[in-house]
Design a protein around this ligand. Structure first.
Ligand SMILES: Nc1ncnc2c1ncn2[C@@H]1O[C@H](COP(=O)(O)OP(=O)(O)O)[C@@H](O)[C@H]1O
Ligand SMILES: [Mg+2]
Length: 244
């Protein structure tokens, strides 16, 4: 069977200072269509590096990465950009919305680049997506006129614009209060139930608990993978601060 994501012996070496840093030190893993995966671990353990490579935002130093059966480990920047635009959605801790641009225009942006829809179909889809995330009345608001939780919902609508089969999220609730965090995670749960694959980085146990499968990283290694058998309860000892 073909996996949605298959990485083999992935390494990412940063050689900035005197000592090279192995942000990823030989990680192998498969993720299937429809999974809801949390990548956990302490700060500096390699979570973002892993997510950025899985999301084709960055390339590994060595190792292989098959996305939907296609080798993407050594593609050019422009090829990766095309793959991202067609297949992947992103949600970041800082929302990454364009500041002087309305909510609806932010949501439209991925199709503006892809050019799959005409102008009016694009507007209609963006409007429907804003409705979908509970922001139907806020299309003309700019990010500064929205709360953090609302900005993140705009970012999720934007991530869904091109109907990607996979959604990547890096600490999506990292800048949100508890109430907004729960709303965002309930939205992720709904999307997961609709069949979208979600790969989410978090260092918080209560956020990771929304995922069905839990990976734990330490020092560039994958040290735990419950394979989705953890349901919503995390095994005792898997914690953000210091994975056991
Ligand atoms: N662009 C970079 N240049 C140099 N070192 C980096 C860079 N990005 C990450 N690192 C290093 O790689 C390791 C893993 O970082 P990261 O993937 O951001 O971890 P996490 O997201 O788990 O906090 C850390 O030691 C970090 O300092
Ligand atoms: Mg990080």
């Amino acid at each position: 069977m073909e996996h949605l994501i298959e990485i083999r012996d992935l390494r990412k070496i940063y050689a900035i200072g005197e000592e090279p840093v192995a942000a990823l030190d030989g990680v192998s893993l498969t993720i299937e269509n429809g999974e809801f995966v949390a990548i956990m671990g302490a700060s500096g353990s390699g979570k973002s590096t892993m997510l950025n490579i899985l999301g084709c935002l960055d390339t590994p130093t060595s190792g292989s990465y098959l996305l939907d059966g296609i080798e993407v480990a050594r593609r050019s920047r422009s090829e990766l950009a095309r793959i991202r635009n067609q297949k992947l959605g992103f949600v970041f801790q800082n929302f990454n919305l364009l500041a002087r641009t309305t909510a609806i225009e932010n949501v439209e942006l991925p199709d503006f680049y892809l050019g799959r829809l005409g102008r009016s179909a694009r507007r209609a889809r963006a409007r429907a997506l804003l409705e979908r995330v509970g922001l139907g009345g806020r299309g003309t608001h700019t990010p500064a006129q929205l709360s953090g939780g609302q900005q993140q919902r705009v970012a999720i609508a934007r991530a869904l614009m091109n109907e990607p089969p996979v959604l990547f999220a890096d600490e999506p609730t990292g800048n949100l209060d508890t109430k907004s965090s729960i709303e965002i995670m309930n939205l992720f749960t709904e999307l997961s139930n609709e069949g979208i694959t979600i790969v989410m980085v978090t260092h918080e146990d209560d956020i990771a608990a929304y995922a069905k499968r839990h990976l734990v990283m330490r020092d560039g290694h994958l040290i735990k993978d419950d394979g989705g058998r953890g349901a919503t309860a995390l095994p005792v000892g898997i914690s953000a601060g210091g994975a056991a």
